[in-house]
Ligand binder design. Structure first.
Ligand code: COA
Length: 336
């Protein structure tokens, strides 16, 4: 951290999910699969999917309104918008710019999108921390939103079973009481294995140069390789994150991980020696909602009384890139 860094306060967290629920049983109408196969390998029973006017944008706006309402910051006072999205409803204008317009946030602020897939929320939080620490911006809106269901190949049964749609949002601000809600934060990437989850914008070459070059555009994933990589890297990484913060595993109240696969979450849980009540999962009902998954798990678990505020939590995510990251955060009363 820079000298005289300004501490950060998490002021509000919100989420939004689409209305339509698609169960494992529903997926059997698309291909040869079963609830038992999906549930035992992933922990997923159902997920939400956008329909009608719903999209990553619309969910993002809703989550942002939700986070702002819980915070003590007004939309007019937001000085920067960062949107983490890898399955946006539109590549440009950036979702950040569209959300700015929709929320009526003054037009003299910057807004941009970042692509860090399912680690997007941690990446955005790390960027926001830098801007706040340096004094460049005070009030920042982070939105993490993905409509994965529109980018999936609905004949690929090993990939399309995993994902759902959703959005999360966080309002962060310069802390005025000297307490930093980010006890520690770290982000990583390894582009050399980027091909294990991809979404290619293949496009279409100019017909004068090469006719008929359009290719289908879907998320492709080598599930086994992703699983192997994450199961190898993540448990040790999270343990190290705690040690690097000068803390012990038992100093932290909750682990709120990216919801990609219950078996991966359990591997991290075992490494940290945590009991089940310390580990937050809602993958059963939402599947993998990419960047939205951590804030969605956080707020939903507070609503359900599983997470008590006035506590500390490890947030950790991983995804395409490959990217991964983690933050140890203070969860103040009233943030969600
Ligand atoms: N229903 C039934 N059978 C299926 C199936 C489905 N939905 N999907 C794949 N299969 C079959 C395959 O055809 C294959 O059959 P075969 O052995 O006769 O060829 C068999 O099951 C094994 O397929 P495989 O793709 O190797 O399955 P897996 O055991 O690796 O499980 C995942 C697939 C996706 C559940 C698992 O790899 C995984 O969770 N990976 C991590 C992915 C992840 O977290 N991605 C997000 C990162 S942010």
């Amino acid at each position: 951290m820079i000298n005289n860094a300004i501490p950060l306060r998490i002021a509000g967290v919100g989420y939004s999910v689409p209305k339509a629920v698609v169960t494992n049983e529903d997926l059997t109408k698309l291909y040869d699969t079963s609830d038992e196969w999906i549930y035992t390998r992933t922990g997923i029973k159902e997920r939400r999917m956008v329909s009608g006017d719903e999209s990553a944008f619309e969910l993002g706006v809703d989550a942002a309104k939700n986070a702002l309402a819980k915070s003590d910051i007004k939309a007019d006072d937001i000085e920067l918008i960062i949107v983490a999205t890898s399955a946006p409803s539109q590549l440009y204008p950036a979702m950040g710019c569209r959300i700015q317009a929709e929320l009526g946030i003054p037009n003299n602020i910057p807004a941009f999108d970042i692509t860090a897939a399912c680690t997007g929320l941690i990446y955005a939080l790390s960027i926001a921390r830098g801007f706040i620490a340096s004094g460049m911006y005070k009030n920042i809106l982070i939105v993490a939103t993905d409509n994965n269901s529109k980018l999936l190949d609905w004949s690929d049964r090993s990939c399309s079973i995993l994902f759902g749609d959703g959005a999360g949002a966080m309002v962060v601000t310069a802390s005025e009481d000297g307490v930093d809600d980010i006890i520690s934060i770290d982000i990583k990437s390894d582009g050399s294995i980027g091909n294990i989850i991809e979404f290619n914008l293949a496009g279409k070459n100019c017909p004068l140069v090469e006719p008929n070059t359009e290719k289908p555009q879907f998320i492709t994933m080598n599930g086994k390789e992703v699983y192997r990589f994450v199961a190898r890297v993540l448990p040790e990484y999270v343990e190290q994150l705690v040690a690097n913060a000068g803390m012990k595993n038992e100093d932290i109240d909750y682990l709120i991980p990216h919801q990609a696969n219950l078996r991966i979450i359990q591997a991290v849980q075992e490494r940290l020696g945590y009991s089940e009540d310390k580990v937050i999962t809602n993958i059963e009902r939402f599947g993998n909602t990419s960047a939205a998954s951590i804030p969605l798990a956080l707020v939903e678990s507070v609503e359900q009384g599983k997470v008590k505020l006035g506590s500390t939590a490890i947030l950790t995510g991983f995804g395409a890139g490959m990217t991964w990251g983690g933050a140890i955060v203070r969860l103040r009363e009233g943030i969600c």
